[in-house]
Design a protein around this ligand. Structure first.
Ligand code: ADP
Ligand code: MG
Length: 454
């Protein structure tokens, strides 16, 4: 392994060597030839015995070697103190690589369709940006994609809305579909599964349904939280998962919350969900958001100045889907008006989504962020319901409001639907206790604090 220090040094050496080579080439070939044919060349790689030169197109190679045969090999060889072979490589322009990516997506789309697999062909590992918030889930997903049925089974991925669950589990599907052409895989949401089951029961076709699911090599089950409280779906799902598990077929499940927080779930299904690996996706940090914006802008060919990138990354707190929405809106506005995207334009176009940064944090904003994370409406957290699903998020709102705002206990209580100040104190204690007992929850709280802190 080359240590990073050495490789940095290597880069420096290469750049320096290429500069000296260019000076010599300039004097040997003359200014005009140099400017036209040699200046655009890049030294891409320098290894023992070989130099790889990148040229804009094949004419460069022919023209250089026809007019000055062996000159580059000689100069580079002498300067590096090795005898060298020179290899030319035609630079791939960005347009060409984009075109190839598009073609790959298109051909994947039709391949998937011909196998009856409903996966978004764009949701791949290549287009997924990895950061501290999703590193663990990503590594687990990659492991499963490389060796389905042989690593973590089931793989259970959970995280808030718009944080990349569907993207990640689809990436497993696309990776497997690209490589294992005879693999029988299926992507389905738990809602679709429920509908299929209802339909099968009504038309007395449950045997067919069982046969279909049990013949799978890989089942990607998205948004499993929808089976909350649906007894017969849970029953059927349990048997399906068991059959797949026992024949070492891979199961991947996504949910907006961990198994222990899915209400109204039979215990045996909950424990089946928890038997493999549970991985969470947290809201993205600023750096990850910036990287995602760059990636999306590149994929969609949107020109974005850096200050707009930061404005978006700072302004959109968590949801990556919302981040994408902002980007598309800017691009649409720019192409309609013909004006390039800049900061004043971004502020105007996105003013209803991205507010003023210096506005003090309100309990409403906290409610919104927490509700969004749990896939609830803010209204649901204010209602008088006391079910398990809303109790914890509501306590979290109270805790965060106490940490991050100047509001009094009774103001906080009022904002979450008329609780008294003792309830707020109790809620804060509960959250603290839970943070100590549950590392995943603690990280969620820290993330929320970081994102919301004014
Ligand atoms: P979820 O299923 O968790 O609600 P999605 O997988 O639908 O979220 O993601 C929402 C959007 O954000 C998608 O367009 C997805 O491509 C994008 N996205 C989410 N996370 C990432 C990431 N880490 N890198 C690139 N794009 C991402
Ligand atoms: Mg999803």
């Amino acid at each position: 392994m080359i240590s990073p220090v050495e490789s940095e040094k290597g880069k420096e050496n290469k750049a320096e060597l290429w500069q000296r080579a260019q000076e010599e080439l300039r004097s040997r070939t003359g200014e005009q030839f140099y400017q036209m044919w040699l200046k655009p060349v890049r030294l891409k790689e320098l290894r023992a015995g070989q130099a790889v030169l990148e040229v804009p197109n094949r004419f460069f190679r022919e023209w250089i070697e026809d007019n000055h045969p062996g000159l580059l090999a000689e100069v580079l060889g002498r300067l590096s103190g090795n005898s060298l072979k020179v290899r030319y490589q035609v630079a791939e322009t960005q347009a060409a690589s984009e075109r190839r990516a598009e073609q790959a997506t298109e051909s994947r789309r039709s391949r998937l369709a011909s196998r009856g697999i409903y996966l978004n062909p764009k949701y791949t590992f290549q287009s997924f940006v990895v950061g501290p918030c999703n590193q663990f889930a990503h590594a687990a997903a990659r492991a499963v994609a490389e060796a389905p049925g042989r690593s973590y089974n089931p793989l259970f991925i959970y995280g808030g809305a718009g944080l990349g669950k569907t993207h990640l589990i689809s990436a497993i599907g696309n990776h497997v579909a690209d490589r294992l052409r005879h693999f029988n895989l299926l992507y389905v949401t738990s809602e679709q599964f429920t509908n299929e089951l209802v339909h099968a029961i009504r038309h007395q076709k449950t045997d067919e349904l069982k046969a279909k699911y049990r013949s799978l090599d890989l089942l990607l089950l998205d948004d499993v939280q929808f089976i909350e409280g649906k007894g017969s779906t849970q029953e059927e799902l349990f048997h399906t998962l068991n059959a797949l598990y026992e024949s070492q077929k891979q199961i991947v499940i996504s949910s907006d919350r961990p198994p222990k927080e899915i209400g109204n779930l039979t215990e045996r299904l909950r424990s089946r969900f928890s038997m493999g690996l549970i991985a969470d996706i947290q809201p993205p940090e600023l750096e990850t958001k910036i990287a995602i914006i760059h990636k999306k802008a590149e994929l969609e060919r949107i020109q974005l100045p850096e200050d707009v990138v930061h404005f978006l990354a700072q302004g959109v707190r968590s949801n990556i889907r919302e981040l994408e929405g902002c980007l598309i809106r800017l691009a649409a506005h720019s192409s309609l008006t013909g004006a390039p995207i800049d900061l004043p334009m971004a502020r105007t176009v996105l003013r209803d989504i991205i507010g003023q940064a210096d506005r003090p944090l309100t309990v409403e904003a906290i409610l919104k962020a927490v509700a969004e994370h749990y896939g609830l409406r803010p209204q649901e957290l204010k209602a008088r319901r006391r079910t398990k699903e809303v109790a914890l998020p509501r306590q979290l709102v109270m805790f965060l409001a106490r940490e991050l705002t100047q509001c009094s206990l009774s103001e906080i209580g009022r904002a979450v639907g008329g609780k008294d100040h003792a309830t707020v104190i109790y809620a804060c204690k509960q959250v603290q206790r839970r943070r100590q007992a549950d590392e995943g929850f603690n990280r969620l709280v820290e993330n929320l604090i970081n994102r919301l802190r004014p």
